[in-house]
Design a protein around this ligand. Sequence first.
Ligand SMILES: Nc1ncnc2c1ncn2[C@@H]1O[C@H](COP(=O)(O)OP(=O)(O)O)[C@@H](O)[C@H]1O
Ligand SMILES: [Mg+2]
Length: 270
Amino acid sequence: MKKKPLVIVKLGGSAITAKDDSRPEVNAANLERLAGEISEALKGNKFSLFIVHGAGPFGHVPAKKYELNSGLKNAEQVIGVSETHQSMEELNYAVVGTLRKFGIPAIAFQPSVGGILKNGKLIKFSLEVIEKMLEIGLVPVSYGDVLLDLDKGVSILSGDHLVMYLADKLKADRVILVADVPGIFNSDPKKNKDAKIIKELSRNSIHLIKEIGSAKGTDVTGGMKGKLDELLRLADRDIESEIISGFVPGDLKRTLRGERGIGTIIKKDS
Ligand SMILES: Nc1ncnc2c1ncn2[C@@H]1O[C@H](COP(=O)(O)OP(=O)(O)O)[C@@H](O)[C@H]1O
Ligand SMILES: [Mg+2]
């Protein structure tokens, strides 16, 4: 059987949760619309799909409360590992359920089972299982979470880092990150109404960005800055990625159907 091109999509916490709020709440209406667009794009069976979703308040709030990103320093944090993980499982359950409602053969994929970090970076993941799942047509749905870390006890695996790692290891053909903004701007578009979108970025052109940072709500993984760092690392390995808006109807479907450049493209220097 000929292997289909692999597409990795990250549904950002900013696109599928009420991220500005500290209560864990799914943005069900937007999640449903995105699931509908994915389902339409999958018709025709032209590509394999791996979905990663972010955390929004489901992960960032408990992770911050228990300071999980600075590693395991005291026994009280252990209950926070359990709490953060369960909260992420709840979001994952909602995402997988919504995708299946639209006929997508989604399957939950817990990153904490086979994934191990070393100083915050993935060094091991259940790649063999994923490859088999993709081969039979399943759509694995994984997420950012708190994971065991060989140096720090535990630390946070961001959805963005997971995307970078999987795209590299599985040699993805397309990498699409869906956020609450239509790409990377020269400054935070939520704070500066004159901010201008940058349609293509590579290491040579990052000087075009005057300000890049975190999101309005809690984001322990660096917001847009953390995302760009991961995507530049991916570009170094010659894998291009795109950031698009999760709030403009049709953008995800068009991108999945092959259109390029709807948002910001991050690529290797030419
Ligand atoms: N230069 C910039 N361009 C675009 N977005 C930016 C920039 N600087 C900060 N941001 C913020 O980054 C946020 C997206 O990052 P983040 O909240 O981490 O998304 P996600 O939840 O999808 O990971 C946007 O809501 C925006 O406010
Ligand atoms: Mg983020």
